[in-house]
Ligand binder design. Structure first.
Ligand SMILES: Nc1ncnc2c1ncn2[C@@H]1O[C@H](COP(=O)(O)OP(=O)(O)OP(=O)(O)O)[C@@H](O)[C@H]1O
Ligand SMILES: [Mg+2]
Length: 289
């Protein structure tokens, strides 16, 4: 399912004394099956953009296209339930939204709300719990008796159980330990690959953006400052540094090495493996047998 934002503007509390322009002139095209990372400083408008992707917010100017649905400013957009079913959002700290007596009921809530039968919802709860790496015996427990990391996974399972075509992730690993972060990011990446799930990730981690995304959009003060493939974005690191943003460690190492040796590696490397191969080539090219 393709998604497009066309010249989207959003003002919180429009037409009140508290009106606040959050994003302006945002155009982003997300073809079906893309993994897109959205990066930018705090307050740059990332979460506001995300909430347009399933029509939780509707633009005050411009158009949002989600599959066959068009959501335009200045008009009543009805029947958005099918859109919300297709686009699952994992909010920051999604565990704060757990509320049912048992994990099973919590995961079943979304699908049942969208008309899935009880038996089918139960089956989905079991499958999605396994997908997020939890054991089935957790189903009968209260979500509030779980660890923070387990609660996060249950909340994610609740979104997966809706069987969305698009998954939207607002810093899904904030506050988790490094191992939990990697497990969850790898899980989203395999879902993306196996089910061709379009994935839109807000992250402060340049490492994750470089490792997982096909496309990167950089937001600055409510506008799109730059968009492109990770190779395009990270091959002019000066732009990022000027915006006060970081580059991945692997890119930082390459820049430092190139400065010290006065030699270029030929291409920008985004993984340790690529970097090792390029450095090996450089070294072997420099040493005569
Ligand atoms: N509910 C709201 N009411 C009024 N203004 C808001 C509201 N939510 C966000 N804003 C404002 O809109 C702008 C964009 O906020 P947004 O939450 O989209 O940024 P963000 O990039 O997600 O930041 P962070 O990295 O801190 O999550 C900010 O200036 C913020 O103060
Ligand atoms: Mg945010």
């Amino acid at each position: 399912m393709d998604i497009s934002l066309e010249k989207v503007e959003y003002r919180y509390q429009a037409n009140t004394p508290f009106e606040r322009l959050a994003i302006a002139d945002v155009s982003i095209h997300i073809p079906s099956g893309t993994y897109l990372a959205l990066i930018g400083h705090t307050g740059s408008g990332k979460s506001t953009v995300l909430q347009h992707l399933n029509a939780l917010l509707q633009p005050t100017e411009g158009t949002v296209k989600i599959g066959d649905y068009q959501i335009k400013s200045h008009q009543k957009n009805k029947n958005l339930k099918p859109v919300r079913k297709k686009v699952g959002i994992v909010f920051q700290f999604p565990e704060h939204q757990l509320f049912e007596e048992t994990v099973e009921k919590d995961i079943m809530f979304g699908p049942m709300n969208f008309g899935v039968s009880e038996a089918e919802a139960k089956e989905r709860a079991r499958v999605s719990l396994t997908q997020v790496g939890l054991e089935e015996d957790i189903l009968e427990k209260s979500p509030f008796d779980l660890s923070g990391g387990q609660m996060r996974r249950v909340a994610i399972a609740g979104v997966l159980a809706m069987d969305p075509d698009v998954i939207v992730l607002d810093e899904p690993t904030a506050g988790l330990d490094p191992r939990g972060r990697k497990e969850i990011m790898d899980m989203f990446y395999s879902l993306h690959k196996e089910r061709q799930l379009s994935t839109i990730l807000v992250t402060h981690s340049m490492e994750d953006a470089a490792r997982y995304a096909d496309q990167i959009v950089i937001m600055q003060q409510g506008r799109v400052a730059k968009q492109g493939t990770p190779e395009e974005i990270f091959s002019s690191p000066e732009d990022l540094l000027k915006m006060g943003l970081d580059v991945p460690d692997v890119v930082r190492f390459q820049l430092n090495l190139e400065k010290r040796t006065g030699r270029k590696l030929g291409k920008i490397c985004l993984t340790i493996d690529e970097l090792a191969a390029s450095v090996a080539e450089m070294v072997s090219g420099g040493v005569r047998p």
